[in-house]
Write a protein that binds this ligand. Structure first.
Ligand code: C5P
Length: 317
């Protein structure tokens, strides 16, 4: 095969707790990550020249080395030079549906798709765990994007423990098109403002004194109890993003005041806010109500649902 088309789903954070700071500058996290139906399509194609080319339908997405999908291809070239010599270069086409810099892992899921696509193009036969390990060197969310579904993520976010799949939960996502939040800024600001709440344990690891604890929401996920999951949504980064970005706070408040919303939370480092529902009909209804409550053409709203997979091949030629 010379070409593969892959679906690269976005994710939301049902839970994001910052446990402590790490010597490598990252933060020790406890998260529950969830794949959602909103997805990009990635086409990977072998080309005769020995180059990497990226195309994207979205004007804001770079096509050079600053694009994580490009860096994923570069990583594969470095790791597997013989396959690169045999099969030639790679052309990557990204059809973007996931909002950029949104807290939905759009870039990470594109990188995950490139790893999976090149593994197939070059007939490398890598295991999922090998692909996840490669992904972890590109970004903290990339391993989850390879695996998908529902998972607990610890460490930087790259250590995964799968949870039972959820289904029948519908989502409205809301994001201001022109509003972007830097993930690095959000974590740095959190550290500056709340870093004092860390203590050192006997192994000299940073741990948080007033931990929130993910036990209750993990139990709700295991019980597939959508109402309980929605009650236990949590995101520590809201503590820095909501005060700095009043529009995000407003979205949270507008969702919270609508009847039928099971729960609402910011995803990742934002600025996307999501709300959970028991039915698609309710989700569509609330989308209309939010559109009426906030008259602003900059506001994007999506209805989607929880899904059970990560990167998926849809066709090969
Ligand atoms: O891993 P990734 O490149 O996606 O992370 C983006 C930025 O978010 C990092 O440069 C870091 O500033 C911050 N981050 C963090 N702790 C994590 C994950 C990300 O501080 N566990």
């Amino acid at each position: 095969m010379r070409s593969y088309s892959l679906i690269a789903p976005a994710k939301i954070n049902l839970y994001l707790e910052i446990i402590g700071d790490r010597p490598d500058g990252y933060h020790e996290l406890a998260m529950i990550l969830q794949s959602i139906g909103l997805a990009d399509q990635i086409d990977v194609h072998s080309i005769s020249t020995d180059s990497i080319r990226v195309h994207c339908n979205h004007p804001q997405v770079p096509t050079d080395k600053s694009n994580l999908a490009y860096r994923a291809a570069e990583l594969m070239v470095r790791q597997f030079p013989e396959a690169f010599a045999k099969y030639g270069g790679v052309e990557i086409t990204v059809n973007k549906q996931i909002p950029v810099a949104a807290g939905l892992a759009g870039g990470s899921t594109n990188a995950a798709a490139v790893l999976v696509g090149i593994d197939l193009l070059w007939k490398l036969g890598l295991t999922q765990s090998e692909l996840e390990d490669l992904g972890g060197t590109l970004g903290s969310d990339v391993p989850f994007c390879v695996a998908g579904g529902t998972a607990i993520a610890t460490g930087r976010g790259e250590q995964l423990s799968p949870l039972p799949s959820l289904d029948n939960i519908y989502i409205v996502l809301a994001k201001y098109r022109s509003l972007e939040v830097s993930t690095a800024w959000a974590y740095k600001t959190y550290r500056e403002q709340f870093g004092h709440s860390y203590i050192r344990d006997s192994d000299n690891l940073a741990v948080r004194a007033n931990a929130v604890h993910s036990g209750a929401i993990v139990k709700a996920v295991v019980n597939k109890d959508a109402g309980e999951i929605a009650q236990k949504l949590h995101n520590d980064l809201e503590r820095v993003v909501l005060p700095a970005y009043p529009q995000v706070l407003q979205l949270r408040e507008v969702f919270a005041n609508q009847e039928g919303v099971l729960g609402t939370m910011m995803s990742g480092s934002g600025p996307t806010v999501f709300a959970l529902f028991e039915s698609q009909q309710q989700a569509e209804q609330i989308k209309l109500q939010v559109r009426e409550a906030i008259i602003d053409e900059d506001l994007e709203l999506f209805v989607t649902r929880i899904i059970t997979h990560g990167i998926k091949v849809v066709s090969s030629v």
